[in-house]
Write a protein that binds this ligand. Sequence first.
Ligand code: PMV
Length: 311
Amino acid sequence: MKSSAPSNIALIKYMGKVDGIGNKPINASLSWTLENLRSEVHIEPVKGPDYWSPLFDLKLKPHSVEKFLKHFKFLKEKWNVHENFHIKSGNTFPSDCGLASSASSFAALTLAAAEIFQKSHPQKWGADLKELSKLSRQGSGSSCRSFFSPWALWKEEGAEALDLPLRLLHAVVILENEPKKVSSSEAHKRVITSPRFSGRVKRAESRLEDLISIIRKNEWKIGRELVWEEFEDMHDLFHTSQNPFRYITAKAREVLNWSETNWKQEGHGPWVTLDAGPNIHFLFEKSDLQWAEKYMQKFKNETVIKSWKMD
Ligand code: PMV
């Protein structure tokens, strides 16, 4: 059984969990699905215990393998499956550096497991994406948004598709592909110690409402400011937590400054956001293809993954 799932980039971020309950977010989040950044999972029955091996040379830390197998065990329990399996997984993009490879890989694992288990142990909800999204959330929170495309809204238990009249082109500039020193699980814990955490739910929820309305009204410029504010807000929580940490490197700040100046000069530009990493995501309006291509020339010497191809 083979399944594949996309990663996603949140414009309104999930950061901070409700105490003690499997990856329940303190605020709702909104993401754009990254069809060009995908994970693949292969599952086949075996005689011995469940085990994992890499696809496409993926290097996973032992702790991450354990987390992946733990989620698989949880899914087996849900379907009442007792057989054992060999699971292979890999990503079409660098892992563990803030490109949300855990979102795509846990979504792909949940999809592959559901498909194989559903054959021998049918469940009423087995192929229901909303239910699968809820199950996947328990393995990796942000993975629950990867079940819906192009827009996903995650409020509590799981995500759902949101019908918005905006289509985007995505490019990410990979400034660093080293594994991050502070995992996002750790980040979720540390942010609650920041003095700026009080009020975070209100800020995120109010931005979410505004962003949806901005998209519906096609107010690109205001949208850019809001999306920028939101990633800076999340990173400020990192910088001001009791045990502070930082993903934004000097190089990343340089690129952000360039983008800001360019916006002021041109009066036009992409939406910009960062995940839990230094890599910079640019989102252009779909109709802006030529302009996006020109903009990205600035990064011709960097590693860039784009959702579009030009001859
Ligand atoms: O799903 P997790 O626990 O890896 O959390 C990821 C959170 C961010 O990527 C930083 C933001 C988001 O909403 O995707």
